[in-house]
Design a protein. Structure first.
Length: 432
């Protein structure tokens, strides 16, 4: 595997191409490198004690801790692809901390996504649907036979499995009735099925009449009905490709990857493996075609600076960047790629970069310009942030240094300070 392709693979799956990983996988075949990226320990990751239960009066502090803990795990985990895939599922099966209002429930969902990140999609969907976080977020706790609530039933098909246009309003009505009675125990907030609130009458869903129960709907869509199963495989494959690749794939590529998921009976690991091994994942358009999301940007900055969540308080800045963990904008989750390029979001990134700079320059540390020629200092800051700079970016940095040294020929405090900020704002820092 050539160096450029390996670096691309690691940036997309492990946030940054860490030197030790580049060295360890030097000379590896593509399949061997992908296998290494996907070598996830079967031992579940334990949640920190502070956020595995609810603490009265400390909900906000628990959320802050949870955000910082997760981002730091993205930086420091020995298997960062596990965190990347956990984030993918978090953006697919969305719930919001603000509405659920429970550290225990939100972190339970987070743990589910991590533990089953590369398991079976149908099994994951079944488990997700009975978790209190989702039951609360999409109002299935209010779904009773006397007054069916359609929120979860609709999003299960529209956003989680099939996509718009692949079901009817009658299907939504029948599915909602099937999911009646699936709620929570209001004393413990654990899952509880109330049989007396469940509609046990016959229902017609996608042309099939039976006494449907909620989990039956998932099995039908993702196993029994081969047409909807294939639709789901196509729908999920496009989302996976958009998240990890970002380029515009050929229909043939999408069809090939969807077929892998279909043939594997919804097993996730072979599906992701096929994508990461696919030649189209390594085309020039793909390798240069994905803008780092705000979370990916923060993770990269933390890694390259050595600073962590308690230093930087990324939760303050991610709000302005438009991507706060545990707080998706709506049930559809976050958009990808070019969505992250606008003046407001980039302004928030600049504010974060400047805050990072103050930490780096504390007590006059990181005098990156001291004793270096303009070319040497540009090379130094580029290496510090893992950047391969274009001629345009190098020229811009060189012009800044020329003006700055004309004004401050003694190479003062501001040159080092501004170059660190400028490196974090260079276009190359925002492309994964």
């Amino acid at each position: 595997m050539i160096v450029e392709e390996l670096a691309h693979l690691l940036r997309r799956t492990e946030y940054v191409a860490k030197p030790d990983r580049m060295t360890a996988l030097a000379g590896a075949t593509r399949s061997a490198a992908v296998a290494s990226v996907l070598a996830i320990s079967p031992t579940p990751v334990a949640l920190p004690a502070f956020i595995d239960h609810d603490i009265d009066g400390q909900g906000y502090d628990q959320w802050v801790f949870a955000v910082q803990w997760w981002i730091d795990r993205m930086v420091d985990s020995p298997t960062p692809m596990q965190e990347k895939m956990t984030w993918f599922w978090h953006g697919h099966f969305c719930s919001s901390w603000e509405k659920v209002n429970s550290a225990r429930l939100m972190m339970g969902q987070n743990k589910l996504f991590r533990d089953m990140a590369f398991g079976n999609f149908r099994t994951l969907t079944q488990a997700m649907s009975l978790q209190p976080a989702m039951l609360l977020y999409l109002d299935n706790v209010d779904n009773v036979k006397s007054s069916p609530n359609q929120n979860f039933a609709r999003e299960l098909m529209e956003l989680f499995t099939l996509g718009v246009g692949n079901y009817t309003e009658d299907d939504v009505t029948a599915a909602a009735r099937a999911w009646t009675g699936h709620g929570v125990d209001w004393n413990t907030y654990d899952y509880l099925f109330r049989s007396n609130q469940h509609d046990i009458t016959m229902k017609t869903f996608m042309g099939v009449t039976r006494n449907w129960n909620g989990p039956d709907i998932i099995d039908f869509l993702l196993r029994e009905n081969l047409t909807t199963k294939r639709i789901a495989c196509n729908f999920l494959t496009r989302k996976l490709w958009d998240f990890f690749a970002g380029s515009t794939p050929s229909q043939a590529t999408l069809d090939q990857l969807a077929q892998v998921l279909f043939d594997a009976d919804m097993e996730i690991l072979p599906w992701v493996t096929a994508m990461l091994e696919h030649p189209d994942f390594y085309t020039p358009a793909t390798m240069r075609g994905l803008v780092r999301s705000p979370v990916d940007f923060v993770v990269a900055v933390e890694y390259h600076t050595g600073l962590r969540g308690t230093d930087l308080n990324p939760q303050w800045y991610l709000d302005g960047m438009g991507q706060v963990p545990y707080a998706p904008p709506n049930v559809a989750g976050w958009k990808t790629n070019a969505y992250w390029v606008n003046t407001s979001i980039m302004g928030a990134r600049a504010e974060f970069a400047r805050g990072v700079t103050w930490h780096l320059r504390n007590n006059n540390a990181n005098e990156v310009s001291k004793g270096r020629t303009p070319d040497e200092v540009i090379d130094f800051v580029a290496q510090m942030f893992g950047l391969t700079l274009s001629a345009t970016t190098r020229t811009a940095l060189s012009n800044y240094i020329a003006v700055q040294r004309t004004n401050e020929p003694w190479v003062g405090w501001w040159e080092s300070t501004n170059l660190l900020t400028m490196a974090m704002l260079a276009p190359e820092m925002h492309v994964a």
